[in-house]
Design a binder for this molecule. Structure first.
Ligand code: BES
Ligand code: ZN
Length: 900
């Protein structure tokens, strides 16, 4: 093979074609410039478009301990006794749903103090707290005064004397809280079954909402043992992290049940869970571990828990072997909740899911739904060790937790479904996803400084693509000794490097530098290096890959860039030639990667845009999913930039030409669309074929989906559309139809199960009627119409539609205060919202609007979306420049390429 060409980190092209590089070498090549991050932080707020840190820590008004977001290091909890009683019916007088609680926590004083600070948020105390001494020899001082410090979320107790070092004390409290429908802390989820409205009391503690259900030392390093009791009505089931003890039926003659649970392992507060419901379950036992899947009765009766049940055992076994450590609990419960903010949550022994992430039904679920269930189960089970048994010391190392789980979820899912080749998808799903964000200067380094992450919204902001996906390229998954040394304890990322180093030393593996040095360049700085290799001279060079090569990273590099490398056009010519004549000579994954690399490098102006576009001309002959998916991901950017301009027609014509053979191919192998293709990836690509064919206006496609939808409309109890195809068929039929189609979809949505409802919900955003889109936007603020958990993603679906884009942006601005208060503190959904409604932005006018938006709300800020606002501004600037340089040549290219 020829001389030299470009690779990005971790890319397989070089490995396959040259066949010489090793993974270690690729990591070594990533050593660019360290210390970048420390300097990244010194940028003024007006300097958008260049580097900014995640969000600033506003100086606290005083130096008082209760004005600090971090707990003082004076007290360490040992165990808690907690009783909670959620009321599943509203209070007669107030109409509010509430829970009451009694808690006592025993803690050791490790530094003499006259102050007890314990986290508490939105709890009202119904009795004065008491403090007693538990260890002999001292008595506890009296309480001088106590109050709630709402900003920093503490119950503050000032004492008349001091707590003595090395003594244990007990703080007891009684309190009441609202069981609100706010998806955080102890909250309520509501659904209708057999015409009856049912309420589930459930929890979501991560990252900082345990303090919303009981007073606790709510930091991940403050692990303790929890003795939990739940009070609930007969006919309901109570669940928590531990196994339940025998229920005792009379509680002061009240008609309620008291269920106590075995004490937990020593664990962090964010992993607690308490649930009361009238659910059913299916169960089995693997070795000695009891596995149960809980869901609403109708779902269990329909067998929708069976797939999860069947796959959990094998995945659990796989991780036991992988970690060389047996599952530490006697039971593993997993439960599907109608209202749930994230996709799933790894509470130790009681994993919570949104319904679509756990329940499978062959009559409704697509292969994509099934894959998501397998991978999400694997992801959360992976946390049972990595995250739960061994826990990060503080949230700045969140990426260690989430990034690791996001990598090994593929290994677990592969175990569950070996025929799917899901490991191949790592490149598509994670590498591409993170690449798009990490190539902005407003990205953030994987590992932040502990002191930079303090407030709840700063913690929430860390749950983003970088933390989740960047590790998948790191080779950090061999450290078994690490788990053993730190089990029931906490770590910082450097502990992992030390163990990796030992592992390499022991096996005699030679690395070009210490593991710490190699890995730190990856985690302490943002961005990617682009590595250029001249395979003849052996010369290697690299630079910081940025989507906008002109944007300023305001840091000096201690490493000087060496540009000695001349890009070799003949190499690309050879590759393009192979693609167009004999594409199967290049392995499928590498075809996908080649396309993706070309587009990324074109964005960074390392190669011309037209050269990247040239990698798509061979697609007429391509039948495989991975390269198509890679091309479509990149074409999506062209759609975003051009679907409101005259270039659009040329793109449509070109892509219709490219996709038509693929559409015909699937028509043939599915016997005129009658059956699913055999392979998992082929099933995905069938959807791509229909989606793109219909999107580009291929008449045969539009007729097909309209016909199917009409058939369903004429007999709503008989939907013959294959589950794999439903999302795209609904979307394209609604796009081609009008109010009648939309209203039918809405009616079906309102009575559908969660799996079907999700497909309709995204499809309803496809209509071209502005008034329908506007009305749909309004629905997202009414939880009885669109569940709160789905509000922001629905708005983003609408913004994805070229007709809905401006409507969604106007809507978000008009309702900003409400949206911010409802969702601003939450997790990734909020940054997704901001990025989602602005991703087409590419004009000066849009940039002004965005800046105005930032300014208008600078007072309240953007909570967990702070980074997203800066990323959006930077992305808009980068898009504007790109359009200026590329619009006319790209338009011409598509026009020519569309010709027969
Ligand atoms: N710990 C997270 C869930 C979470 C995220 C809780 C943010 C609170 C704030 C969980 O392990 C997770 O990562 N869930 C993912 C699924 C996974 C397959 C990427 C999710 O919810 O989407
Ligand atoms: Zn996770």
């Amino acid at each position: 093979m020829g001389k030299g060409f470009f690779i990005s980190k971790g890319v397989g092209v070089l490995l396959i074609i040259v066949g010489a590089a090793s993974v270690a070498t690729i990591i070594a090549l990533s050593v660019v410039y360290s210390q970048e991050k420390a300097k990244n932080n010194e940028v003024s707020p007006t300097n958008e478009g260049s580097t900014t840190k995640p969000s600033t820590t506003t100086p606290t008004p005083s130096n008082k301990p209760w004005d600090q977001y971090r707990l003082p290091k004076t007290l360490v909890p040992e165990h808690y006794n907690l009783t909670l009683w959620p009321r599943l019916k509203p209070d007669n007088t107030t109409g509010l749903y509430i829970f009451t609680g009694e808690s006592s926590v025993e803690f050791k004083c490790v530094e003499e103090t006259d102050l007890i600070l314990i986290h508490s948020n939105k709890l009202n105390y119904t009795k004065a707290p008491t403090v007693v001494s538990v260890s002999g020899g001292v008595t506890a001082p009296n309480i001088k005064k106590h109050w709630l410090q709402t900003v920093t979320q503490y119950l503050v107790i000032e004492l008349e004397g001091t707590l003595k070092k090395d003594h244990v004390y007990r703080l007891s409290t009684e309190f009441v809280g609202e069981l609100a429908d706010d998806l955080g802390g102890f909250y309520r989820s509501v659904y209708t079954e057999d015409g009856i409205e049912k309420v589930v009391a459930t929890t979501q503690m991560q990252p900082t909402d345990a303090r919303k259900s009981f007073p606790c030392f709510d930091e991940p390093a403050l692990k303790a043992v929890f003795h939990i009791t739940l009070i609930h009505e007969p006919g309901t089931v109570a669940l928590s992290n531990g196994e339940q003890k025998e229920p005792s039926f009379n509680l002061d003659d009240k008609p309620v049940i008291e269920t106590s649970f075995d004490p937990t392992e020593k664990m962090s507060t964010y992993l607690l869970a308490f649930i009361v419901s009238d659910y059913d379950f299916v169960n089995n036992t693997i070795d000695t571990v009891l596995i149960r899947i809980f869901a609403r009765k109708s779902a269990i009766a329909a067998g929708q828990g069976d797939y999860a049940l069947n796959k959990t055992g094998p995945i659990l076994k796989f991780f036991e072997e992988y970690y060389n450590s047996s599952y530490p609990l006697p039971k593993s419960d997993q439960i599907a909740l109608p209202d749930f903010n994230a996709g799933a949550m790894e509470n130790w022994g009681l994993i919570t899911y949104r319904e679509t992430a756990l329940l499978y039904d062959p009559a409704f679920s697509s292969n994509g739904n099934k894959e998501r269930i397998a991978t999400i189960i694997a992801h959360e089970l992976a946390h049972m060790w990595f995250g739960n048994l061994v826990t990060l010391r503080w949230w700045n190392d969140l990426w260690l937790n989430e990034g690791f789980a996001s990598y090994v979820e593929y290994l677990g899912a592969d175990q569950a479904e070996p025929d799917w080749n899901v490991k191949d998808l790592i490149v598509l799903n994670d590498v591409h996803r993170v690449f798009a964000v990490d190539a902005l200067t407003s990205s953030h380094p994987l590992s932040s400084k502990e002191e930079d992450i303090q407030k709840p919204e700063q913690i929430s902001e860390l749950f983003d693509a970088i933390s989740y996906s960047k590790v998948s390229e790191c080779i950090i998954f061999t450290s078994i000794t690490y788990l053993n040394e730190f089990k029931f304890g906490n770590t910082v990322y450097t502990d992992l490097w030390k163990h990796l180093q030992d592992a390499c030393d022991n096996t005699g593996q030679k690395l070009p530098d210490t593991v710490a040095n190699i890995m730190n360049t990856w985690v302490l700085q943002m961005g990617f290096p682009v590595v250029t290799i001249d395979t003849v001279t052996g010369n290697v060079s690299q630079k910081h890959f940025l989507l906008d090569p002109d944007s300023k990273v305001t840091v000096d590099s201690p490493y000087k860039y060496v540009s000695k490398v001349n890009y070799d056009q003949s190499n690309w010519d050879k590759l393009l030639n192979i693609l167009s004549t004999n594409h199967t000579h290049i392995p499928v994954i590498n075809r996908a990667q080649l396309v993706d690399d070309a587009f990324n490098m074109a964005r960074a102006k390392i190669i011309p845009t037209l050269l990247a576009l040239n990698t798509t001309t061979y697609l007429r002959n391509e039948k495989e999913f991975m390269p198509w998916e890679s091309a479509l991901d990149n074409m999506n950017f062209f759609y975003l930039m051009f679907d409101r301009s005259d270039v659009y027609g040329h793109i449509q014509a070109y892509l219709q030409k490219q996709v038509t053979p693929l559409f015909r191919h699937f028509k043939e192998i599915t016997r005129n669309w009658a059956e699913d293709p055999k392979g998992h990836m082929d099933q995905y690509n069938e959807v791509n074929a229909i989606s793109l064919a219909c999107k580009t206006g291929l008449q045969e496609c539009t007729d097909l989906v309209k016909g199917w939808f009409q058939t369903w409309m004429s007999n709503s109890s008989n939907n013959i559309i294959r589950p794999n195809l439903r999302s795209t068929v609904y979307c394209n039929a609604i796009a081609a139809g009008g109010a009648k189609e939309w209203e039918f979809a809405w009616e079906q949505f309102s009575k559908a199960n969660a799996i079907e409802a999700d497909k309709l919900r995204s499809a309803m955003a496809c209509t071209k009627e502005p008034w329908l889109l506007n009305r749909y936007l309004e629905y997202t603020l009414t939880p009885s119409k669109i569940r709160k958990q789905d509000a922001t993603s629905t708005i983003v679906y609408i913004a994805n539609n070229v007709v809905g884009q401006a409507l969604a942006w106007d809507f978000v601005r008009a309702h900003w205060t409400y949206i911010f208060n409802e969702y601003g503190g939450g997790s990734f959904s909020f940054s997704n919202l901001i990025n989602g409604v602005t991703k087409r932005f590419s004009t000066d006018f849009e940039l002004q609007q965005l800046r105005q938006f930032k300014e208008d709300h600078s007072e309240t800020g953007f909570g967990s979306g702070t980074l997203a606002v800066d990323q959006s501004i930077e992305r808009t600037i980068s898009n504007m420049k790109w359009l200026e340089e590329n619009k006319s040549i790209v338009s011409k290219w598509f026009e020519d390429a569309a010709k027969p």
